[in-house]
Design a binder for this molecule. Structure first.
Ligand code: ATP
Ligand code: MG
Length: 267
């Protein structure tokens, strides 16, 4: 791999603005099943906002509505002044979603996965793209993986590639779905630091769906807790360390009881 060409890199005119997100009266049904039930949230510009809650409670579906990938049954999501469901919004806001499973293109190398978005959007020439891609790879310590294919990577490396790909998009709104799942404790801590550092450096609004208490309790400005398609509680992270709500407390601090194990109650 050769060094990046002399700088032809031009910062996107989008960078520098950051967006808040408003979710108002959002309902989503799949067939007859109500998956999101009257969700109301206000994420402030530049905030790290964590969404926690049990598996199946609707966190990913909510994130997809913010990303404009799902359309509401009723209610709306706004990114700044723009309607998240309007395809034009993607031309006005640089939004990146780091998917739960990475969603990399298996037929493309890591380098080409990262270069895809700026190439398709003709954001800069190949030398500028190269500079951006190599910079993102270096932030995630992935320089040696540039020419590998996703099938050659570990789960943790795929996660980091997915985040590097989001960085190349120079996002003003970053949505992460379980960024630290499947990672070892050190890599989870590293990714937590990366999410916080990115927000420090670019003021990017960061919405993080996570089961990772260490992440939420260390870097979230606020946390929302979802339960069965509803918001059960919202507040600063300190409120969730010793939650007053017993439902949230039981979820975040489950007691392992070998005399009366939970799984026997499932029978
Ligand atoms: N496209 C779809 N069609 C039908 N049902 C769906 C669809 N997408 C999600 N669901 C259902 O919506 C519910 C919420 O799913 P979601 O993926 O948002 O859960 P989650 O909170 O992200 O869970 P996890 O923590 O396991 O990722 C689930 O019951 C799921 O089966
Ligand atoms: Mg999910």
């Amino acid at each position: 791999m050769t060094a990046p060409a002399a700088s032809s890199y031009t910062a996107s005119p989008f960078v520098g603005r950051t967006f808040g997100v408003t979710v108002a009266g959002l309902n989503k049904n799949f067939g007859r099943t109500a998956v999101l039930k009257d969700i109301n949230l206000e994420v402030k510009p530049g905030e790290i906002f964590c969404i926690m809650g049990p598996s199946g409670s609707g966190k990913t579906v909510l994130l997809k509505h913010i990303a404009g990938l799902e359309h509401a049954t009723s209610g709306e999501v706004r990114i700044g002044e723009f309607d998240a469901a309007d395809p034009e919004t993607r031309n006005k806001v640089h939004l990146a979603l780091v998917f739960q499973a990475g969603a990399l293109f298996n037929s493309l190398s890591v380098y080409d996965n990262l270069a895809l978005y700026p190439r398709e959007h003709r954001q800069c020439n190949e030398a500028g793209i190269r500079e951006r891609v190599l910079h993102a790879l270096s932030i995630l310590s992935l320089e040696k993986a540039a020419n590998k294919f996703p099938s050659d990577l570990s789960g943790g490396m795929k996660k980091r590639v997915a985040i590097a790909r989001a960085l190349v998009m120079e996002p003003q709104l970053l949505l992460y779905d379980e960024p630290t799942s499947e990672l070892d404790p050190v890599m989870s801590a590293t990714l937590t630091e990366i999410i916080a550092t990115l927000r420090e450096q670019t003021a990017v609004t960061s919405i993080v769906v996570t089961h990772d208490r260490d992440l939420a309790f260390n870097i979230a400005d606020r946390v929302a807790f979802m339960m069965d398609g509803r918001i059960q509680g919202v507040g600063p992270r300190a409120d969730f360390k010793t939650p007053a709500d017993p439902v949230i407390a039981n979820f975040l601090n489950p007691v392992i009881d070998l005399k009366n194990p939970r799984f026997k109650q499932l029978e």
